[in-house]
Design a protein around this ligand. Structure first.
Ligand SMILES: [Zn+2]
Length: 70
């Protein structure tokens, strides 16, 4: 696998994932990923992306419930 920006080799390596929304912030410390050996670009594969999307959907639904209750 090669980096789409600098075309250097990508290595399997855990990487942090962060998102910031208006009502919550999520930091995952070590998500399995591909990291570029040259520029540090990070790619997540489909299973990891899907897991993160599911997590955010759940957070979105539950945080909406919390805001409604307030
Ligand atoms: Zn690169």
């Amino acid at each position: 696998m090669k980096c789409m920006y600098c075309h250097a080799a990508m290595m399997r390596h855990p990487a942090p994932f962060q998102i910031t929304r208006q009502h919550y912030h999520v930091t995952l410390e070590r998500v399995p990923a591909w990291v570029c050996s040259q520029c540090g670009e990070v790619y997540f594969e489909t299973p990891e992306v899907e897991a993160i999307q599911n997590l955010i959907e759940l957070l979105e639904v539950q945080s909406r419930r919390l805001r409604k209750a307030a």
